[in-house]
Design a protein around this ligand. Structure first.
Ligand code: SG4
Ligand code: ZN
Length: 265
């Protein structure tokens, strides 16, 4: 379970299932959302972030784990609007390589990628004691997916993360950063989303994730995206070969027999 894995190369995503069998399962994430084949579910209510904007004064921890940048969240942040109460654990991002070709989000809509993707990970704290127990179980995790596209304007909320990436350029580095309003990273409309059952998008690819992908995308500037794509290393400070942390997204997986529900018609 501690096997190394990468996005490309000899232990790249087409090999994940050799060491992590769940990665070859039939309910994997991410997926392409074909909007004409989604099903409206009028019972899907708006999600309610709990305490997202009451961050308190305790700093957040920023962590380069060699696969992404993780922002650890305080345990009193949570998510309402699902059949169980979920407790926030962390958020992280997936992105591309700074090149001209776009398309580095994990989820796609009608075959089209966004430029990056933010994930906010929560575990089912009504049924399970902690995230490591929850992530192996059905309905154990709820992940919010936010598609990020570039535009003219700087998104100041994202600077709460981007401004500090220079402190964790190498893998395994951590830094404290000032706490900030996590809700400011989310789209304004939390009532319109796609919902399906899927998996972790990285090994071990456990299949107990309730996915919510928001319909509204969030915009950052081109300069902000370029910074995210070119500042971090996937290698440790002591490693001889420096490898940039880029293209950390998984390709879309077969939908198989699953249905994607929408909260909006
Ligand atoms: C990233 O690799 C995070 O670093 C992992 O979090 C995360 O695993 C993994 O992605 C999968 O999450 O929302 N993309 S995803 O499906 O949250 C978990 C840590 O390693 C269990 C802390
Ligand atoms: Zn993710």
């Amino acid at each position: 379970n501690k096997s190394p894995w990468t996005y490309t190369g000899s232990v790249g995503q087409s090999q994940w299932s050799e060491y992590f069998p769940d990665c070859g399962g039939t309910s994997q994430s991410p997926i392409d959302v074909v909007t004409t084949q989604t099903k409206y579910d009028p019972t899907l209510s708006p999600l309610t972030p709990l305490g997202y904007n009451q961050h308190g004064s305790k700093p957040f921890t920023l962590h380069n784990n060699g696969h992404t940048v993780v922002i650890e969240l305080p345990e009193w942040m949570g998510l309402g609007g699902l059949p169980w109460l979920f407790t926030a654990v962390q958020m992280h991002l997936h992105w591309g390589n700074g090149g001209p070709d776009h398309g580095s989000s994990e989820h796609t809509i009608n075959g089209l990628s966004a430029d990056a993707e933010l994930h906010v990970v929560h575990y089912n704290s009504e049924l399970y004691p902690n995230i490591s127990a929850a992530m192996r179980q059905r309905n154990g995790l709820a992940v919010l997916g936010i598609l990020i596209v570039t535009g003219e304007e700087t998104n100041l909320a994202f600077n709460n993360i981007l401004s500090y990436l220079s402190r964790i350029r190498n893998a395994d580095q951590k830094a404290f950063i000032p706490a900030f309003d996590v809700q400011s990273l989310l789209p304004k409309d939390l009532g319109s989303y796609y919902r399906y059952n899927g998996s972790l998008t990285t090994p071990p690819c456990y299949q107990g994730v309730i996915w919510t992908l928001f319909h509204e995308m969030v915009q950052i500037s081109k300069a902000q995206l370029l910074k995210l794509e070119t500042i971090l290393y996937a290698s440790r400070a002591e490693d001889h070969e420096k490898m940039l942390l880029q293209d950390n997204y998984r390709v879309t997986q077969p939908l198989n027999r699953r249905v994607i529900f929408t909260s909006f018609s």
